[in-house]
Design a protein around this ligand. Structure first.
Ligand SMILES: [Zn+2]
Length: 186
């Protein structure tokens, strides 16, 4: 029985490793032909000034309006679909890897999305990546990133999944506020 379990676990291993390998690619984006200047990596060098501008503005905004960053993460900006596929994108526009880096896909070059990922980076720095993901509910993480990034999209325009989360976070915040106001003496 034990042998069988080990055998099945070994069979599953390449699949598990593959699930992690794409975010792991952010550790060495140069291997995929990307160029890094400081913290910013691009696949199309002609767009480096644009990427650097988005990054620096987002860092400034988050430092001034949300909280101090302990370290500035690496930022990978993909200009092409091929680059986005290499970093494992399917439907999302961006993702953050622990306190190491965040990746923006070809259609994700928006100031509020860069701010959104930097807020996730900040959450990971302050809460610890594992604790942030295991113990802090999605409505807390996504609701905070959505509202503090000054995302101009209406809740109805948000991607499916995030929409429910943000809606729920708004309802919870409203509930918490109403409870707090109930407790206050008249
Ligand atoms: Zn998010």
């Amino acid at each position: 029985m034990l042998k069988r379990i080990v055998f099945i676990a070994l069979l599953a291993l390449p699949v598990a490793a593959w699930a992690f390998v794409k975010p792991v690619r952010v550790l060495a984006p140069q291997l995929a032909g990307l160029t890094c200047h400081g913290k910013v990596c691009v696949d199309d060098l002609s767009r480096l000034p644009e990427a650097t501008g988005l990054y620096e503005n987002a860092v400034r905004y988050v430092r001034d309006s949300v909280g101090e960053l302990r370290a500035e993460p690496r930022a990978v900006f993909c200009s092409t679909k091929a680059c986005s596929r290499y970093f494992g994108f399917t439907s999302q526009n961006a993702y953050t890897v622990a306190t190491v880096a965040f990746v923006i896909r070809d259609r994700g070059w928006k100031p509020y999305l860069v701010r959104h990922e930097l807020i996730h980076h900040l959450q990971n720095e302050h809460l610890g990546s594992l604790r942030a993901w295991l113990l802090k509910p999605i409505w807390f993480r996504e609701g905070m990133a959505y509202s503090l990034s000054q995302d101009p999209r209406a809740i109805a325009e948000l991607p499916f999944g995030v929409r429910d989360v943000v809606q729920a976070s708004g309802q919870r915040a409203a509930l918490a506020a109403s409870r707090a106001s109930v407790k206050q003496p008249p």
